[in-house]
Design a protein around this ligand. Structure first.
Ligand code: PGA
Length: 212
């Protein structure tokens, strides 16, 4: 089974910073056999899409198609640059008030465009729309807190998500670092990690890829 390592840059990074990041990450991205997917802000997708060895995801997708929806970036537009899209992150649920109805609309549109959604869930009972193959389990309290969940507990939740939804790939996210990443990827039911703040630093993110 492949090990997924997803970088979620959130609302961080300017073009100049992304250029430096790419330069420092080049050797690692060229040599790794792991599946590394970078999810930058929309503004950086065109720049990153022309770099070598770069698998990309968007951090969001419009719940509508092409049309008069000011500010929205739709699936066809994402597909020009990326293959994946994060949907259902707890920050989208909290700050942008996205609910299960909107999230399932986003999943439908992503799938229609041939994008692969990486669906974020906050617990074993979070509703998962149909058509999802990759789930990222991220307990809210572990995000950005420096306190990751125990790998045993995360494994339990991953097992339960797999059993309930017949999902093959479950990732763990929440304060993943180069120090703790191996404990998660060693778990039977955990197929990789979703990394927020630690993915912004190229040295740390390289170490995460190597240690995973
Ligand atoms: P964190 O964020 O690694 O900074 O905790 C993870 C996420 O929100 O995807």
């Amino acid at each position: 089974m492949e090990t997924f390592i997803i970088a979620n840059w959130k609302s961080h990074m300017l073009l100049s910073q992304a250029q430096e990041w790419v330069e420092s990450m080049n050797a690692t991205l060229t040599s790794t056999s792991k599946k590394v997917i970078i999810c930058p802000p929309f503004t950086l997708l065109p720049f990153l899409s022309v770099q070598k060895n770069m698998l990309l995801g968007a951090q969001d997708i419009s719940p509508f198609g092409m049309g008069a929806y000011t500010g929205a970036v739709n699936g066809a537009q994402i597909k020009e640059f990326a293959l994946y899209v994060l949907i259902g992150h707890s920050e989208r649920r909290e700050y942008f008030k996205e609910d299960d109805t909107i999230l399932s609309q986003k999943v439908t549109l992503a799938l229609e465009q041939g994008l692969t959604p990486i669906y974020c869930v906050q617990g074993k009972d979070t509703i998962i729309p149909s058509g999802i193959d990759i789930v990222a389990y991220e307990p809210i309290w572990a995000i950005g807190s420096g306190k990751a969940e125990s790998c045993e507990q995360a494994n339990e939740v991953a097992l339960s998500i797999k059993a309930k939804n017949s999902i093959k790939t479950v990732l763990y996210g929440g304060s993943v670092s180069s120090k703790n990443v191996a404990s998660f990827t060693a778990m039977e039911a955990i197929d990789g990690v979703l990394v927020g703040s630690a993915s912004l630093n190229a040295v740390e993110f390289s170490a995460i890829i190597q240690n995973a």
